[in-house]
Ligand binder design. Structure first.
Ligand SMILES: *[C@@H]1O[C@H](CO)[C@@H](O)[C@H](O)[C@H]1NC(C)=O
Ligand SMILES: *[C@@H]1O[C@H](CO)[C@@H](O)[C@H](O)[C@H]1NC(C)=O
Ligand SMILES: *[C@@H]1O[C@H](CO)[C@@H](O)[C@H](O)[C@H]1NC(C)=O
Ligand SMILES: *[C@@H]1O[C@H](CO)[C@@H](O)[C@H](O)[C@H]1NC(C)=O
Ligand SMILES: *[C@@H]1O[C@H](CO)[C@@H](O)[C@H](O)[C@H]1NC(C)=O
Ligand SMILES: *[C@@H]1O[C@H](CO)[C@@H](O)[C@H](O)[C@H]1NC(C)=O
Length: 539
């Protein structure tokens, strides 16, 4: 285009001063409604199911119970309803033990037995069996609940430990091929097959060199081609499901070659070990939360530069590792981290974000065995229902304690803001002024910040009077009794708990005149829907 580019900033939010005794901050927020800075998958929210047996413990706690794929109670009505509430929920099946799972189908060279605790096994467990009867039950369950399934395959099958934690030798694809063939013959829909878990780079527990891994992906792609030859659509190839290391990730794309890897997955556990006393402070520290944004940016860059055919997904993210933080991960406070992650990752072109775990550990969205939702479950559900694919740029001069993310609304006009208030002292009111257009010249944006530019070049070009009578919808989230580590989350002041009939409660907004101020309380989270916000990038 060259020359001057005209940006239309379709509306402005003004943060107006108020007269509370607490600290107060005057700020503005500017949203660029003309351009999508990134786009997520339609089903961005994803949750994981793991293999850990009840004997899995960390720090003298054993928080898995019957949350494994092997023993999860699939007849629980609340579990099914919790998934169905999404209509379509992505579920990623995987975790540390996936590279020790044998599928009980075809000609097996070793007996297929259940996982057992053993000192000489990887992660303290023996190899374990997935019986086809259980696989049938799981697929009926996934089909009935509308789950979109990513299945993590055993990438160590046929391999042996060589030196240190490195595993060598050829991957034996026979068990995977027989398993896939069985799956296809039964008509089970698998969206994507993921290869290996945390074996990339230095690896967690075990590692496989990128030279071998890249070749394995070519083999896997071939197996899928063969097994799905009569299918109209082929499942995606996903890998490596490990921690991002620039060199290893770049090499994987280069060695596997164009069009082989469809999705590049990486894991996020940026809060530290589950027993770390600093978890709470980290979650409330904006600098700490932002610390991980470089990883999202690097993953995007690595893909764009080495394999632009691949999409970036967070394949597993639990916040705190080793089963999560007790009285942290399953409480309201964790939603500051979780929703901030959803916002931050989608800005960096992440298409899907899988939360560890749907159930199991302290980080389960659902409580193990009862399946009663924890606060993050409702955060996930609200995001899934409200936040559309289009990600918009938002600039603010508010303090770093107020975090803002804006998406096109899902399935309806306008935009939705996610406002996360980490501040303990400052109360803001947000006055929303809709329908105001601002024209900015691009040239002057090179050096000055976007906001500086707005200040100096602002010109008001219109105001839609007709918008004035419409309502916006607000979803305010806070902890019960103001206790940040409460397991009960309030939506607009009312506790979110399953209904007397055992259903997931309705998530009802409060409605306000678009022109009235938005109140967002200290240490709280709000979704604000602006149905009349004129954002061309969203239509
Ligand atoms: C943000 O900008 C508005 C409008 O220019 C100004 O009134 C306010 O003081 C600024 N706030 C901060 C924290 O700089
Ligand atoms: C599974 O859930 C169903 C329905 O709630 C219950 O009747 C059954 O006893 C549970 N099974 C086990 C093994 O806990
Ligand atoms: C469930 O299975 C039926 C029959 O195979 C199929 O038509 C339908 O698309 C499946 N639903 C889901 C959500 O996979
Ligand atoms: C799938 O299984 C069928 C029936 O056992 C067999 O004929 C076919 O060769 C298998 N296909 C692959 C790709 O393994
Ligand atoms: C992704 O990386 C490319 C190449 O570095 C860059 O042009 C693009 O802006 C990035 N996208 C996002 C959303 O960060
Ligand atoms: C953030 O919380 C502070 C701390 O209490 C409060 O004073 C401020 O109004 C809140 N800001 C927003 C935008 O909610």
């Amino acid at each position: 285009m060259g020359g001057n580019v005209v940006f239309l900033i379709s509306s402005m939010l003004l943060l107006l001063p108020i007269t509370f005794a607490s600290d107060m901050e005057r700020a503005i927020m500017v949203i660029d409604g003309a351009r999508r800075i990134a786009e997520t998958d339609e089903n961005f929210v994803c949750a994981t199911l793991d293999w850990w047996p009840p004997e899995k413990c960390n720090y003298d706690q054993c928080p898995w119970g019957y949350a494994s794929l092997i023993n999860l109670n699939l007849s629980s009505p609340l579990l099914a309803k919790a998934i169905q509430a999404f209509r379509t929920l992505r579920i990623r099946i995987g975790g540390s033990l996936q590279d020790q799972v044998i599928y009980d189908v075809g000609d097996l060279k070793t007996p297929c037995t259940q996982f057992k605790k053993t000192d000489d096994g990887l992660f303290g467990f023996s190899k374990g069996c997935l019986y086809m009867k259980r696989w049938d039950e799981l697929n009926h369950f996934f089909n009935a609940t509308g789950a979109i399934v990513t299945f993590g395959l055993n990438a160590l099958y046929g391999r042996d430990k060589s030196t240190g934690n490195a595993w060598g030798g050829d991957w034996d694809h026979s068990n995977t091929q027989d398993f896939m063939n069985y799956t296809v013959s039964k008509g089970y829909a698998i969206d994507s097959w993921e290869f290996g878990n945390e074996l990339s780079g230095t690896g967690i527990g075990a590692s496989v060199s990128v030279e071998l891994y890249g070749k394995d992906l070519i083999v896997l792609k071939d197996v899928i081609k063969k097994v799905y030859k009569d299918s109209r659509t082929k499942p995606l190839v996903v890998a490596p499901g490990g921690f991002y290391e620039e060199k290893w990730y770049s090499e994987l794309l280069r060695i596997s070659g164009p069009g082989v890897l469809d999705v590049m997955t990486h894991h996020i556990y940026n809060l530290g070990p589950g027993n770390d006393p600093k978890l709470v402070n980290r979650i409330l520290d904006p600098n700490y939360l932002s610390g991980i944004s470089g990883t999202f940016a690097n993953v995007n860059r690595t893909i764009q530069e080495n394999g632009p055919w691949a999409a970036a997904w967070v394949g597993e993210a639990g916040g705190a590792f080793n089963s999560g933080g007790r009285q942290v991960s399953e409480t309201f406070i964790n939603s500051f981290w979780y929703l901030d992650q959803l916002g931050m990752s989608s800005k960096h072109n992440t298409k899907v974000y899988c939360r560890q775990a749907l159930v199991g550990g302290f980080y389960g969205l659902l409580e193990k065995e009862t399946f009663v939702p924890n606060p993050d479950y409702y955060s996930a559900l609200l995001w899934h229902r409200l936040m559309g694919k289009g990600v918009l740029e938002v600039q603010t001069n508010a303090s770093e304690y107020l975090r803002a993310y804006v998406h096109c609304s899902k399935g309806r006009a306008g935009i939705t803001l996610l406002l996360i208030n980490l501040s303990k002292q400052t109360t803001f009111t947000v006055g929303v002024s809709n329908g105001v257009k601002v024209v900015v010249q691009a040239e002057s944006m090179k050096r000055k910040s976007f906001l500086e530019t707005i200040k100096s070049k602002v010109s008001w070009v219109g105001n839609k009077a007709s918008d004035g009578f419409l309502n916006r919808e607000e979803y305010h989230l806070s902890p019960q009794d103001g206790v940040l580590r409460s397991k009960i989350m309030l939506l607009n002041g009312k506790p979110l708990v399953p209904t007397a009939t055992g259903d997931i409660p309705d998530l009802k907004p409060v409605r306000q005149d678009v022109k009235s101020p938005v109140y967002v309380n200290p240490l709280s989270i709000s979704f604000i829907l602006l149905p009349t916000f004129d954002a061309p990038a969203c239509s």
